[in-house]
Design a protein around this ligand. Structure first.
Ligand SMILES: Cc1ncc(COP(=O)(O)O)c(C=O)c1O
Length: 445
């Protein structure tokens, strides 16, 4: 195993410094900020991505054992079947005055996969698709207030929760989301409850009698649902006439062909998909029961670029391959190998560590008061060993058991170095740059 202690990411650093002057926040997605992984060292920009490999703008090639485009590339980078379909669509013309027929084909496929549903609208990103779902729910119910659990994107309806209480979104996945610019008039319209806390949801329902138009949540994320929890949420929504929206932007196409709710046995009124459904091409779908989706005709929802052909064609090709190749089973197999490997490497090197998450959305965490420093040191060390590595891993169809086996050899060496650093108490001084930063904050340089 080679370790490149002289690895240079200078071009990437330079580009990111320029970006921070030109692009507020540096990147378009918080989860792609280099500061999140390895400030001043993370390669930051890619020139090429194929299978599980990413080449940065400095010419270094890494195996990606981290986020795989933050969960978008479920089949692997530049999947030949999806890209082949996209190239054919480009050759045939990706936009025209007429509509793309694939919109209808995809709607039929999504409704077949989710038999409780009957109508579909499209968008091109998760956050805007969630915004559309909430608009439809408000139009259907005639009510403004939304009870929600978890993270659902950047839009006003959601960030309004933080107008009421600075800490309202803490514990909902991403602490510190600032609602500056969200109209104060929305205060009190988005009401958070924690996953598995039926008592919190009931308290919201009791306090907002007749005003709650939607209940929004991920059907499952880190925690499994307590017995009866999802069924009770479903019953409450039906009873009070609120629209139940399952946000499957991240969980969709991770555990099964479509939404994880199909495995959990509870149907929403609307399920929202994005990310993995088109293997990295921009695409999102709002899939719903007919009586609820009909309300989309009573409100104005319309956008030019929702009609382009690439997203729709990429989604059809991704979903067809996903079903044909039984990709969900592959993801779970790879994720379970990762859980086992992390635990084994930790036991062999005397590192205290826990693992969590679904097998297709895996995490580990060092059990140490200076966990952020250790995680940063891990990312730094693994980068020099040729890996994009972090405390999260989202498996793809392109990851093979051999990738996991090779990666685990590197992990074991890295954990041994970290165990040594813990014993010596010098882990902070082994970092060649600042410690990684999490959550939402303003970039000042
Ligand atoms: C559950 C959930 N909802 C919504 C979003 C927002 O999706 P997007 O980043 O595509 O706007 C995300 C993104 O991470 C998510 O995980």
């Amino acid at each position: 195993m080679t370790v490149n202690a002289k690895l240079s990411t200078a071009k990437g650093q330079d580009l990111y410094r320029r970006a921070k002057k030109l692009i507020p926040g540096g990147t378009q997605l918080l989860s792609k900020r280099p500061e999140l992984f390895l400030p001043d060292q993370w390669p930051s920009y890619f020139s090429k991505a194929r299978g599980v490999e990413v080449t940065d703008v400095d010419g270094n090639t890494y195996v990606d054992m981290s986020m795989m485009a933050i969960g978008a590339c479920v089949l692997g980078y530049a999947d030949p079947d999806v890209d082949g379909a996209v190239k054919a669509a480009i050759d045939a013309g990706s936009a025209s005055t007429l509509n793309a027929p694939e919109e209808v084909e995809l709607a039929e496929l999504l409704c077949e996969l989710h038999p409780w549903s009957g109508m579909v609208r499209y968008a091109r990103a998760g956050g805007e698709a969630m915004m559309m779902a909430v608009r439809i729910a408000r139009a259907k119910s005639g009510r403004d207030k939304v009870a929600f659990s978890g993270y659902h994107g950047w839009c006003d309806w959601y960030l309004a929760a933080n107008l009421a209480d600075e800490a309202a979104l803490d514990g909902q996945l991403m602490p510190g989301l600032d609602p500056a610019g969200v109209p104060r008039g929305l205060k009190g319209t988005a009401l958070p409850f924690h996953y598995n806390r039926l008592d919190e949801l009931k308290a919201i329902v009791d306090a907002n009698h007749g005003e709650l138009g939607a209940i929004v949540m991920e059907p499952q994320r880190g925690q499994a649902p307590d017995p009866g929890f999802l069924e009770s949420v479903r019953d409450i929504a039906t009873e009070i006439g609120a629209v139940l929206i399952f946000d499957e932007v991240t969980t969709g196409w991770r555990m099964t062909d479509g939404g994880i709710h199909m495995l959990l046995g509870v149907n929403p009124d609307i399920a929202v998909f994005a990310k993995a459904m088109a293997n990295g091409y921009p695409m999102a779908a709002i899939v719903g029961a007919v009586p609820v989706m009909e309300a989309a005709q009573s409100t104005f929802i319309s956008s030019t670029n929702w009609t382009e052909r690439v997203g729709t064609v990429a989604a059809l090709a991704t979903i067809r391959k996903y079903r044909r190749e039984r990709v969900a089973e592959h993801l779970k197999m790879i994720g379970n190998l990762m859980f086992d490997g992390w635990k084994r490497a930790a036991a062999n090197t005397g590192i205290a560590l826990h693992t969590e998450g679904l097998p297709s959305l895996t995490h580990f965490g060092f059990e140490h008061p200076d966990e952020p420093l250790l995680t940063t040191l891990f990312t730094q060390d693994m980068l020099e060993r040729g890996y994009l590595a972090y405390s999260q891993f989202k498996p793809s169809f392109a990851h093979q058991p051999a990738h996991v086996a090779e990666y685990m050899k590197a992990v074991e060496s890295s954990f041994a170095m970290i165990a040594d650093a813990i014993r010596a108490g010098d882990y902070a001084s082994r970092l060649k740059g600042p410690c990684a930063r999490r959550g939402f904050y303003r970039l000042t340089s």
